[in-house]
Design a protein around this ligand. Structure first.
Ligand code: ADP
Ligand code: ADP
Length: 224
């Protein structure tokens, strides 16, 4: 599994050019997209996640032409946006069970096992009966990962994940990402250098809509 982005450009209707000829090769594993606020990270993440269109360029996820096969991409995509929506007063266990039903897992016992495994993996098993709306920021992030993994994704996009998390939660979240990054393409968008240097095998630096450097974190940091 790999993502190939070629000459992607995007100008918003107000004239802001958010992406300028962005080209990137993103292999399996954790990929860090590092850049300051306004660099174009969210614009790129939303485009890969099929939530907005580009003006020119292409994105290939293996042999799927992402910009022209949105349904196919959505079937294999887990997207964790920066802002979480409002959660109903429902427990994590019930919500995941509900999402599994929506995914077509009709067998109750199969759902129960699937949900329990995800709750264990994301360290939420002990709080599975609590309402997600009452979770801390870090717990909500981990719940987001559980929800994303439910669909068996091949690509996971995480936008500014550790903003507002305390150090312990940040660590937990990092460990969880490293674990799932072993078999999937995980793109982590952040303005925090250590998020990338601690976790990612490959990275790019983006600023003012342009890719400045790309490679492994050590060589990129040495070239700064
Ligand atoms: P980042 O995620 O790195 O902070 P964004 O992709 O959110 O960067 O933004 C890149 C640039 O595009 C910024 O100048 C931002 O203000 C602008 N921008 C983002 N979304 C829109 C939009 N919907 N309409 C107009 N300008 C936008
Ligand atoms: P980020 O923190 O990723 O840069 P923002 O807070 O800039 O995101 O953007 C939040 C929302 O506002 C997004 O939906 C984005 O498209 C929109 N937005 C950002 N900048 C602008 C802008 N200059 N004009 C219009 N919409 C914008």
């Amino acid at each position: 599994m790999a993502l190939t982005i070629t000459n992607l450009s995007k100008t918003y209707p107000n004239g802001t050019q958010a992406l300028k000829n962005v080209s990137l090769d993103i292999p399996t594993g954790m990929f860090g997209l590092l850049g300051p606020n306004g660099a174009g990270k969210s614009s790129l993440m939303r485009t890969i996640a099929t939530l907005q269109d580009a003006d020119t360029g292409s994105i290939m996820l293996d042999d799927i032409d992402v910009l022209h096969n949105k349904e196919a991409v959505r079937r294999v995509l887990g997207y964790l946006p920066q802002e979480f929506g409002v959660y109903p007063s429902v427990s994590a266990e019930e919500l995941l069970d509900h999402f599994a039903t929506l995914k077509g897992v009709a067998n109750g016992r199969e759902r129960k096992e699937m949900v329990a495994a995800l709750l264990h993996q994301t360290n939420l098993y002990d709080v599975r009966k609590k309402h997600v709306g009452g979770y801390s920021g870090g717990m909500k992030q981990r719940f987001g990962i559980a929800q994303a993994l439910l669909g068996n994704p091949k690509l996971i996009i995480v936008d500014e994940p550790t903003a507002g998390l305390d150090p312990q939660e940040r660590n937990r979240f990092h460990n969880l990402l490293s674990e799932i990054g072993e078999n999937l393409v995980v793109i982590l968008s952040t303005h925090i250098v250590s998020d990338v240097s601690d976790l990612c095998r490959h990275m790019a630096i983006i600023n003012k809509g342009e890719v400045l450097l790309t490679g492994d974190p050590i060589s990129v940091m040495n070239n700064l």
